[in-house]
Design a protein around this ligand. Structure first.
Ligand code: NDP
Length: 287
């Protein structure tokens, strides 16, 4: 038989996770603060726990997928997790994940943190490319790898329980910058006779092609040589910035998303790094 497990949290993500385990034949115990959300899953074969303590006491690993770290605090208040393996897929900060690991250790539980790099429709759809970062107790990861691989692929990033969250948030932060750029680009063309649907593939293709630069950036950080293999040096980029800013003004578009990055490039140039790549911006940010 398939190993049993418990899931706390049946929001959009938790429900998607739960369905994959039920479909794969794993006995699943669920708990959700709003009990009504358990009903569809109960109809699909899940056992419903009356409270978090009952859910945690059921056999197998305990997966949490709640809104945020405060919800985990609330759900686990007064619960004794001794002897259990806790896997927290709630998005948190590295510090919150480390504190949760210490909390579990003090109570005799083993702990693995996870960061989900997928949206609910990608869960249980391997070809969608979603996966989950895991970090913390390697033995917990190894013990439950098969069951954890049911909803999405797994990527273990180290014994530091904060590393899954750190990887997760680093990727999300980069996505934030990308989405800011996408917003600016569409704002530039919106009031022109350029169909957004014609523009979109050009934008997507350009972002995909430019994303390869992260490998050069990594190489420059590791070698410490920010001029290594430089393609578009900082002096050129700063010289080009007024064209970006002036185009925004011509199109009646705010420059507020562009200016913070341009300001960093200008500071780095003023420090005498014009022949380097833009990698030195990292030195300005990472104080
Ligand atoms: P939802 O808002 O759909 O669900 C939130 C869940 O948290 C519900 O089960 C809710 O219970 C529960 N909850 C909220 N506050 C409390 C509390 N104080 N005590 C107990 N339970 C509480 O969120 P998602 O399911 O989408 O997200 C869950 C986690 O997954 C988050 O950490 C999110 O960052 C992460 N994630 C989500 C992604 C997404 O695209 N949805 C993508 C990647 C990660 P109730 O039903 O009672 O309100």
């Amino acid at each position: 038989g398939k190993i049993p497990l418990t899931l706390l949290g049946l929001g959009a993500m938790g429900t998607a996770l739960a369905r994959t385990w039920l479909t794969a034949g794993h006995p699943l115990t669920v708990w959700n603060r709003t009990a009504a959300r358990c009903e569809p899953l109960a109809a699909e074969g899940a056992m419903v726990a009356a409270d978090p303590a009952e859910a945690v006491a059921a056999s197998g690993p305990v997966v949490l997928c709640l809104l945020d770290d405060d919800s985990v605090d609330e759900a686990l208040a007064g619960v004794d997790p001794a002897g259990k393996d806790l896997v927290n897929l709630t998005t948190s900060t590295p510090g919150q994940a480390r504190a949760r690991a210490a909390w579990a250790r003090e109570r005799g539980a083993r702990f693995l943190d996870g960061g989900i790099m997928a949206v609910p429709p990608m869960i249980g759809v391997p070809e969608a490319g979603g996966y989950v970062f895991y970090s913390g107790d390697r033995a917990v990861f190894d013990a439950h790898r098969d069951v954890l691989s049911v909803p999405a692929a797994t990527t273990y990033v180290g014994p530091d329980p904060g590393f899954a969250a750190l990887h997760d948030v680093a990727l999300l932060s980069a996505m934030n910058g990308m989405l800011a750029g996408v917003a600016h680009a569409f704002a530039l063309i919106r009031d022109e006779d350029i169909p957004p649907k014609d523009f979109a593939p050009l934008l997507a293709g350009w972002l995909a092609a430019m994303s390869a630069s992260v490998h050069r950036t990594a190489d420059q950080i590791q070698s410490g040589d920010y001029a290594k293999d430089v393609v578009s040096n900082l002096a050129m980029q700063v010289a080009g910035a007024p064209t970006l800013l002036r185009t925004a003004e011509e199109q009646g578009v705010s420059t507020e998303l562009l200016t913070p990055y341009v300001a960093l490039l200008e500071r780095r140039l003023a420090d005498g790094h014009g022949a380097e790549d833009t990698t030195g911006v990292i030195d300005l940010l990472a104080r």
